[in-house]
Design a protein around this ligand. Structure first.
Ligand code: SF4
Length: 431
């Protein structure tokens, strides 16, 4: 059997695409290997989100074609966002690649490798077996002026509700305990298929999936975020009281230039409602510093808002010029130094906020899902409901003979800016 490896660049949405590709490829004709150097066919699933990601993807393609040039690999297939967007240019620059395919062109891979059809939900997980991402829609139809995603991934297309449920049930049957719903904009879920946004209905239906202990929803677009979403999460048994609410900015002039379809006042009202309905809420956001024309005062307005709202989790990104976007064409671009300096100031403030919040958790007990065991420190590493994998905080704790992928009650004894430390206080609490 020929060996196939998949190299994944970029975000969790791309990771899910790679898992689908692995599920399609694995079978009688091909086996999967994690080692690109040991494979006959390399599939590079590229990212085209920001400049740095594009460069990384091109490096990965060049590494694969170098192996082909040395005769160590037979074929190189390039898929994903970068490939979809710059196919013609890439074909010209890197002719050693056998075929370029766009994002989610699973049919293209099936045809090229002459594979039988398989249900796409039967993907092969590359995350630890106790958590998985579930993509509820593809693409994005929002007009944010800084973002090139709609050009790469196309308009928003929802996955039918019954398919989302089947996929969640399949993941539960594989031993998954936590499912993270992802999309470019999860609040828009259903609009194209059912004529209205029905994320609250999806939350209610997923809540019934047996075997899943935690769901969490990422990427709720603030302009379309409604009180119904808040209530559905608040009333749900399994959806963690965790909302990812990517603001990008709060100054009205910048929000307008970004075409975010929301004002600071509306943002304020939505957050106030969420916090009043769910006092235990963990609110995550992301902000962009140095958007074209951003003044010092407008930046300070955002900094004040962060100070006032004290988001539990926050990521800050320096604005990156994206090809063929409205913001990329604006004349008054901010220098890289200033964008970065403002980003550092946001993160300095967030570090203080996060530290104070973590210290307040000392002495309390939390349900923690173990992600791994760190042999060097002899600590288990896990997360509370407040933390999504990869991007949020971790809990390091001691205990004996505990199992990765299980939930335990942990008492917090110490805290740093972004991590907690503790000890297990109760044997396994969930199987
Ligand atoms: S909602 Fe997100 S993915 Fe869609 S255009 Fe805006 S930033 Fe890009």
């Amino acid at each position: 059997m020929k060996k196939v490896s998949v190299v994944t660049m970029g975000c969790s949405k791309n990771l899910v695409d790679s898992e689908v590709i692995l599920g399609i490829v694995k079978g009688e004709k091909y086996e999967i290997t994690e080692n690109a150097y040991d494979s006959d066919i390399i599939i590079v699933n590229t990212c085209g989100f920001i400049e740095a990601a594009k460069e990384e993807s091109i490096d990965a393609i060049l590494e694969a074609t170098a192996l082909k040039n040395k005769g160590k690999v037979e074929k190189v297939i390039v898929a994903g966002c970068l490939s979809g967007r710059y196919k013609a240019e890439l074909q010209k620059e890197i002719p050693e690649v056998d075929i370029f395919l766009g994002p989610q062109d699973y049919k293209g891979i099936q045809d090229y490798l002459d594979l039988p059809e398989r249900p796409f939900y039967k993907r092969i997980l590359t995350t630890p077996s106790h958590f998985a991402y579930l993509k509820i829609s593809e693409g994005c139809s929002n007009p944010c002026t800084f973002c090139a995603i709609p050009k790469m991934r196309g308009n928003h297309i929802s996955k039918p509700m019954e398919e989302v449920i089947v996929e969640a049930e399949f993941l539960a049957s594989q031993g998954v305990k936590e499912i993270i719903l992802i999309a470019q904009d999860s609040t828009m879920y259903g609009l194209d298929l059912y004529g209205k946004m029905i994320l609250p209905d999806l939350i209610k239906n997923l809540d019934k999936v047996h075997g899943i202990e935690w769901f969490r929803t990422m990427y709720t677009y603030p302009a379309f975020y409604t009180d119904e979403v808040t209530l559905a999460i608040a009333e749900s048994e399994k959806f963690t009281k965790y909302i990812d609410f990517p603001l990008q900015h709060v100054n009205d002039r910048i929000l307008k230039l970004m075409q975010r379809n929301i004002t600071k006042d509306e943002i304020h009202k939505k957050i106030t409602k969420m916090r009043s309905v769910m006092p235990e809420l963990t609110l995550r956001t992301t902000v962009i510093t140095g958007f074209p024309t951003e003044t010092e005062d407008e930046f300070l307005e955002m900094l004040d808002f962060i100070e006032e709202q004290k988001f539990e989790r926050l990521g800050a990104f320096a604005y990156s010029i994206e090809d063929k976007t409205k913001a990329g064409k604006m004349k008054e671009q901010i220098s890289d130094e200033l964008k970065e300096e403002r980003r550092s100031r946001v993160m300095e403030l967030q570090t203080e906020i996060s530290f104070a919040k973590n210290v307040a958790m000392i002495g309390k007990e939390f349900k923690v899902l173990i992600d791994s065991f760190d042999a060097q420190s002899q600590n288990y590493v896990g997360r509370t409901f407040r933390d999504a994998p990869e991007i949020d905080n971790e809990v390091f704790f001691t205990g004996k003979n505990l199992k990765v992928g299980e939930f335990y009650e942990v008492k917090i004894n110490d805290a740093t800016e972004f991590d907690l430390y503790g000890e297990v206080v109760q044997a396994k609490i969930f199987t």
